[in-house]
Design a protein around this ligand. Structure first.
Ligand code: NAD
Length: 416
């Protein structure tokens, strides 16, 4: 990865900008620039061919001043400690911006799940928990899914933790399957939260959504649900979607349900009828009302930012836009819903899951949706008010609100 795209440097740069705006004292600024606790472990896993492979695993607990750590575990061949640090920092701002009583953390394993059998994945999931169990738990740090980790992987992880503890701890991990204490509504919560803030942005900036177009980059958990719910809740028409192997486009519209079925049956979007092939870069540059980047970091860069042609860019992925590109989008009048606000629906329902596990009492789907709607609507409104008052972009406003909340918690604890 090129140094200028190091996500942790980007996360630190974003913090530096907001520290200046908030006139944060230098000690608090220094504390918030780095993780408070980070761990790395070698994870030996027996492979199906009888060999043993050593995987590298990470867990970063960035800041827990507002509550126990919270953040997903990503399995990716190009995972790095700096990516995990950046994601843990963004989790800290994310839990703060939606005002839930949790800190920020993140985990990762360098691996290629596409080349692993179910048995190998299960043994890797269990090895990860054995390495980090001492630092995990409802009062310490609670993981969840992220890229290429699934509810099934969360189930194995919970089971391993409970085996070690010798008692039930459903709240040790969120994003579990519903029969094991997962929350109803968790599987589409990230996209749903993004759809709610897009609706609010449409109202605030007077952008008509119903009947307008959307494009989705990344067609996994978040991207698929964004397409389905964008259609269902906002009345948006899907014109293009893509995954790591490319995408499909039709200016007259594509059926979101058919796209999801096709991708999940064939493992690819290639060959989808009623559409033409499109590259990821072409998709990003389409003239659409709403663009949902829902894959990985650093896809909107200085190189392509001036050609981004949407009214609203709802960052469902973490870190899709570099700081240089962000300035270009801002100058060009694109309403950017920043990642740690736009994709906070997932952690919000993860928090609801923890609350339900702690009480051993479960909510119906309607209750989850209405509580999520209330949280995301008020988070957008709070950020918008900060922006209006300070005449800053939504990203800067979200940062100002979140960092001020974390700084206040650090101060109240007497850390700074
Ligand atoms: P996922 O593994 O379910 O899907 C990822 C998708 O991105 C896949 O379709 C993959 O093919 C595609 N992809 C990978 N590389 C790509 C590339 N270079 N170009 C285009 N597509 C590419 O992951 P997910 O859970 O949907 O997460 C997607 C993003 O949302 C990540 O940035 C993640 O951190 C973020 N996020 C996820 C959650 C959650 O609850 N799952 C919560 C908050 C943020």
């Amino acid at each position: 990865m090129q140094e200028k795209f190091n996500p942790f440097r980007i996360a630190q740069e974003q913090l530096d900008q907001v520290a200046a705006k908030l006139e944060l004292d230098p000690v608090t600024h220094q504390l918030l620039r780095n993780p408070m606790h980070e761990m790395s472990a070698a994870l030996p896993v027996k492979m199906d061919d009888g060999s043993t492979k050593i995987f590298q695993g990470f867990r970063v607990q960035y800041n827990m001043s507002r509550g126990p750590g919270k953040g997903g575990i990503r399995w990716h061949p190009r995972e790095t400690l700096d990516t995990v640090r950046a994601l843990a920092a963004w989790m800290t701002w994310k839990t703060a911006v939606v005002d839930i009583p949790l800190g920020g953390a993140k985990g990762g394993v360098v691996c290629n799940p596409g080349e692993m059998s179910m048995g190998e994945k299960e043994r890797l999931a269990r090895a990860y928990i054995r390495a980090f169990a001492g630092s995990l738990g409802m009062t310490k740090d609670v993981p969840a899914p992220d890229v290429y980790t699934t509810p099934q992987i969360m189930a194995w992880m919970m089971d391993e933790y409970e085996t070690i503890a010798g008692e039930c701890h459903p709240g040790v991990i969120t994003g579990k399957p519903v029969p094991l204490g997962g929350s109803k509504g968790r599987s589409d919560a990230t996209a749903r939260g993004g759809i709610y803030v897009t609706r609010e942005a449409g109202r605030a900036f007077d952008i008509t959504l119903i009947g307008s177009s959307m494009a989705v980059m990344g067609f996994g958990n978040v991207g698929q649900n964004a397409a389905l719910l964008g259609e269902e809740i906002l009345g948006l028409k899907v014109v293009a979607v893509s995954d790591s192997r490319g995408g499909v486009y039709n200016s007259r519209g594509l059926d979101a349900k058919q796209l999801v079925e096709y991708k999940n049956t064939n493992g690819t979007l290639k060959g989808f009828p009623n559409g033409e092939e499109i590259t990821n870069d072409e998709l990003l540059q389409l003239k659409v009302t709403v663009l949902f980047p829902a894959a990985l970091e650093n896809v909107i860069t200085q190189e392509n930012a001036s050609r981004i042609n949407c009214n609203i860019c709802c960052e469902l992925a973490n870190g899709p836009t570099t700081p240089e590109a962000d300035e270009v989008l801002d100058t060009n009048g694109v309403v950017v819903l920043p990642d740690f606000l736009a994709n906070a629906g997932g952690v919000t329902v993860s928090y609801f899951e923890q609350v339900q596990n702690a009480n051993n009492f479960y909510w119906d789907l309607q209750e989850v949706h209405s509580r999520l709607n209330a949280k995301m609507t008020s988070a957008f409104q709070n950020v918008y008010d900060v922006c209006e008052y300070n005449d800053v972009s939504l990203r800067q406003g979200a940062y100002m609100l979140a960092v001020a909340r974390v700084a206040e918690a650090c101060k109240l604890r007497g850390w700074v």
